[in-house]
Design a binder for this molecule. Structure first.
Ligand code: ADP
Ligand code: MG
Length: 573
């Protein structure tokens, strides 16, 4: 039996398309500019592979013209253009992508040229109908003498007629919808808004995107101006290239100056301070990408609030796909800012979300290693800088150690700093270990409000007397960090305030048992006086000159208990 063709209700399909796949109407401009860029690429490719094609690559550009009176916005290119057949099949068929076909053909011919065409799904063009009630496409294909005009209101099909056009290329003319209550379409006729959108989504398109912009500036001083000359101002219209074209991260490292890295950071991530460190890296192979990452010097004001969103900017072939791709950064490195660019992502049809996360997780894993290596390098080579980093983001690293039952402690423990009783400044755990006497049984730490207060704790005295070093912990989270660390290379972490902080010899044990026996009446009297406030009164094994101290039994330390009580009381961490 002959197969019947599926019929699609094209009006409904278009409605569905236009109104449900994109979350932001403004991306229509990104889509049209991407198409224009693809068209330029295709023409440039023709010129590259055929000497007969007289194309000057430097002439290729994309032009944006808003016209408030006519309510039109025009996106023009001088790329390959479309023939009558192209218009019918590429713009008349939803989900038909001439660009995808182009890529396939190249692949079939096994052409090595890497031309990085953006289009692939054959739906982007229709996003114009999100903001326009009528779209006219005037196009003249390369090598043809006749131009054609494609027109549609979106709803009931399209028409293609012959028309006049001097030059090869395509004009897409959108008649912008009238404003409705909660939708401002007028903004798409405003130069400043269009500039903003070009910067946001299409900054790294490799062809100039030009627009006429107004500049308010001082008139030149006339040669015959007298002493009483007052400067005059004028508004001038000027054609300007809006996009920066070559992304910093695509340039070879050796050719980028530190100032360029820094000003890019400040502009893009809206910081007024230079970053502490820059990581410019790339990979080729299973997943090919380039990344430019920054470690800021200070935490943004909202960093420790729920409002702060982690993530890296994600580009695919120079087009912004996602502003904050959270999957690229683990929580403990959520302070890192930056961009990742890869043509390898499988994008979904709206190009707003990624289809598969495999490539993402490969990249995320690699970047995580890079970030850690950069921090360790800073710790070693620029300790003062590292102290700055630690002051801003140390707590984030500590939360990372505690999170998910310590699953990331191996990743993070080398980054930790604690105050050293011996050094009188911050130390890493590795340096602590290097200084450790052979007989020292544990990593010691003691928690408290301040270094001074901890140093005065009666329990620390005996440990310090032994020549052992104690890590003084003043952050609420520290006790949890120590619990999460548990041990490193078989050596355990031990609170200086624990009863068994110093292991006793047989003799010492016997002596203290005797003492306990002898002291019984005193202990009983104290217990009676304190009543339910304490569970037990006993002779301490850890005091030296101090008369008494508080201690806790069980897995929850005294400091942790205090912290929990603080939480219950509604105090903030
Ligand atoms: P995609 O870009 O994903 O292929 P679109 O719906 O954006 O899908 O465009 C469909 C097709 O129309 C493109 O693949 C291309 O062949 C053609 N096209 C769109 N705009 C232009 C243009 N400005 N110049 C030449 N061809 C174009
Ligand atoms: Mg497209």
């Amino acid at each position: 039996m002959a197969k019947k063709q599926f019929k699609a209700e094209s009006k409904r399909l278009l409605d569905l398309m236009v109104n449900s796949i994109y979350t932001h109407k403004e991306i229509f401009l990104r889509e049209l500019i991407s198409n224009a860029s693809d068209a330029e690429d295709k023409l440039a490719y023709k010129a590259l592979t055929d000497d007969q094609v007289p194309v000057d690559r430097s002439e290729l550009k994309i032009t944006i013209v808003p016209d408030k009176e006519m309510r039109t916005l025009t996106v023009s290119d001088n790329g390959v253009g479309m023939s009558k057949e192209d218009l019918e099949s590429n713009l008349g068929t939803i989900a038909k992508s001439g660009s995808f076909q182009f890529k396939q053909d190249l692949a079939k011919e096994d052409k090595p040229e890497d031309i990085d065409v953006i289009g692939q799904f054959g739906v982007g063009f229709y996003s114009a109908f999100m903001v326009a009630d009528h779209v006219t496409v005037i196009s003249k294909a390369y090598g043809s003498d006749q131009a054609y005009m494609w027109q549609s209101d979106g709803a009931d099909g399209y028409t293609v007629t012959e028309c006049e056009k001097d030059t090869v290329g395509t004009d897409v003319i959108m008649h912008i919808k009238a404003n409705v209550e909660d939708e401002n379409y007028d903004q798409y006729l405003e130069t400043y808004k269009l500039q903003e959108l070009i910067k946001k989504y299409s900054d790294y398109i490799r062809y100039p995107i030009v627009m006429e912009v107004e500049d308010y500036r001082q008139k030149e001083k006339p040669a015959d101006a007298g002493d009483d000359y007052k400067p005059e101002w004028e508004t001038v219209k000027e054609w300007k290239t809006i996009n920066s074209m070559v992304p910093l991260w695509q340039r070879p490292k050796a050719q980028v100056k530190p100032e360029e890295y820094n000003s890019f950071y400040k502009e893009k991530f809206m910081d007024w301070q230079d970053p502490l460190a820059v990581i410019h890296t790339s990979a080729e192979g299973a997943v090919t990408y380039k990344a430019l990452l920054y470690i800021p010097e200070k935490a943004p004001y909202d960093f420790y609030t729920r409002e702060y969103q982690k993530g890296l900017q994600l580009y695919s072939s120079g087009v912004l796909i996602m502003d904050k791709c959270a999957d690229l950064l683990p929580d403990y490195f959520r302070f890192v800012k930056g961009v990742v660019d890869s043509a390898d992502f499988s994008l979904n049809i709206s190009r707003e979300v990624l289809q598969h996360t495999r490539q993402l997780s490969v990249i995320a894993k690699a970047l995580e290693k890079k970030i850690k290596a950069e921090l360790l390098k800073m710790q070693k080579e620029e300790p003062e800088k590292y102290e700055k980093f630690w002051a801003a983001f140390g707590n984030q690293i500590k939360y990372g150690v505690v999170a998910e039952y310590g699953a990331h402690k191996e990743m993070l423990q080398d980054l930790l700093l604690f105050w050293s009783s011996k050094e009188g400044k911050n130390t890493t755990l590795a340096a602590y270990k290097d200084r450790m006497p052979e007989d020292q049984p544990y990593y010691y730490y003691a928690c408290g409000e301040s270094v001074d207060k901890i140093a005065k704790l009666p329990q620390v005295e005996r440990i310090l007397d032994k020549g052992y070093e104690i890590l003084y912990c003043t952050e609420d989270v520290d006790d949890f960090v120590m619990q999460a660390l548990g041990e490193i290379d078989g050596k355990k972490f031990k609170s200086a305030t624990a009863e068994d902080a110093l292991p006793q010899t047989e003799e010492e044990k016997k002596a203290s048992e005797e003492k306990a026996e002898a002291g019984k009446p005193v202990l009983e009297a104290v217990k009676e006086a304190l009543g339910d406030k304490v569970k037990e009164v006993r002779i301490s094994k850890i005091l030296k000159t101090g008369a008494c101290c508080l201690s806790a039994d069980g897995p929850v330390s005294l400091e942790m208990e205090r912290y929990m009580r603080k939480l219950e009381g509604g105090e903030h961490m």
